[in-house]
Design a protein around this ligand. Structure first.
Ligand code: PMP
Length: 413
């Protein structure tokens, strides 16, 4: 399209090109790797970069943490649903798209978190944005207290609510209390935070935040996206593990990570579910999830409620990989979670390491740059699953050791 010819003076092409050039100049232009996973063989996959046909690779950065996206029960449930009812839901929840699969899954998710109800969205992003924006509009004069490391979808919801907001330092209870104490005690208040912070691999002090919420009469909104399916005896997340699920007003989760498929949800008192269902544009005005996806999630949630085998295997794999990286002198962050961040501190170097791993070793890990993480804390984020073997970990650690030497990168302190 010839923008210049059409646009009477505004040089659209130049503006778009400059926007992309800025990303190149900072070394954080995003390159998506073209892959196909092999059914039932995770973490093995094929990469379509280059001209020599697909190349076998090992995936180290998937958020399908437990490989449930390839679990035989999940695949069978999806095949059956496709066969029984076809591909799509056919409408919004209000207009024809409220299938029995959706109703069943909401019941299953409410039960998972010990709540009266749950509500499905097309993604975790949408559930955060739609719920936070709507809640704060419904509560007149609502003030939101938000952890500084909260996900972009929560930030978008808070912004779109137009309400007063206060950002507290990451997991800093004293700062949160100082801010809670500084506002009108009679104003409605909401504390928005995550349980597992996905880039740091650390965990919020849930019980202590609930204590502050009680003290200052605030509601709590907890993003358990990286924890549902992964923690707690039935996969109810950190709120289940820590025995505080009943103290969280709204739990939010994804169906695309540990549950291996796609979609998002909230779980809460029926009254709150009814408000969001009735007022949130991001819920109301969009086609509901395909029943095929919902059937897969149902199988996944039911399986992970009853089985801890995958969770335990994943935790063991993460502990083993952290130990091997530490042993090799690599600057791994040693949090308490399933996430293994390896610090690089420079976007160009992070990309270079990722490129070498893929081209020379058939190892795929995506570099994580600003704005996903603060500048100067660029990293590689490994998510070992139950099927990453010790041999794969040895191969990975050796490759990283060689690259660290070759590029003269900083070792662990
Ligand atoms: N919350 C957090 C903390 C996330 O990391 C993400 C996605 N990475 C989301 C919400 C959005 O979830 P989804 O991918 O299901 O849209």
């Amino acid at each position: 399209m010839d923008f210049d010819a059409q646009t009477r003076g505004v040089d659209y092409s130049r503006i778009f090109t400059q926007a992309i050039d800025r990303l190149h100049a900072e070394g954080r232009y995003r390159v998506f790797i073209d892959i196909l996973r092999n059914k039932g063989m995770y973490p093995n996959a094929r990469c379509f970069a280059g001209h020599n046909g697909p190349k076998p690779i090992t995936v180290w950065c998937s958020n399908d943490y437990l490989a449930m996206g390839q679990h035989p029960k999940v695949i069978a449930a999806m095949e059956e649903a496709l066969h029984d009812v076809g591909a799509g839901s056919g409408g919004t929840r209000n207009i024809g798209g409220n299938t029995h699969y959706h109703v069943d899954l909401e019941g299953e998710l409410a039960d998972l978190h010990g709540k009266e109800g749950a509500l499905l969205f097309t993604s975790g992003y949408v559930s955060n944005e739609a719920t936070l924006a709507t809640l704060a509009k419904i509560l007149p004069g609502c003030i939101i207290f938000s952890d500084e490391m909260n996900h972009a979808s929560m930030i978008a919801g808070i912004r779109n609510s137009g309400c007063e907001k206060h950002i507290f330092r990451h997991n800093d209870l004293a700062h949160l209390e100082e801010l809670l104490a500084s506002v009108d005690p009679a104003a409605p208040k909401l504390i928005a935070f995550e349980s597992v912070y996905s880039m740091e691999g650390d965990i919020a002090p849930l019980a202590a935040i609930c204590d502050l919420a009680d003290k200052y009469n605030a509601l709590t909104y907890l993003d358990e996206v990286h924890a549902v399916g992964m923690y707690g005896a039935r996969g109810g997340g950190i709120s289940e593990r820590d025995g505080v699920a009943d103290r969280i007003t709204i739990v939010e989760g994804t169906l695309g990570k540990a549950f291996g498929v796609m979609g998002g949800y909230i779980a809460a008192d029926q009254m709150i579910i009814d408000v969001i269902r009735s007022y949130a544009p991001g819920f109301i005005f969009t086609t509901s999830l395909s029943p095929v996806l919902v059937a897969g999630v149902l199988a996944s949630v039911r399986h992970l409620k009853a089985s801890s085998v995958e969770r335990d295997g994943q935790q063991a794999a993460a502990a083993r990989l952290k130990a091997m990286m530490t042993e090799a002198g690599l600057p791994v962050m040693l949090g308490d979670t399933h996430i293994v961040p390896l610090m690089v501190g420079d976007p160009v170097k992070a990309k270079r390491i990722s490129d070498i791993l893929l081209a020379e070793y058939g190892i795929y890990v995506q570099p994580i740059n600003y704005p996903t993480v603060p500048r100067g804390t660029e990293r590689l984020r490994f998510t070992p699953g139950p099927s990453h073997t010790p041999a794969m970990m040895r191969e990975l650690t050796q490759a990283l050791g060689e690259i660290w030497g070759r590029l003269e990168l900083r070792k662990a302190a």
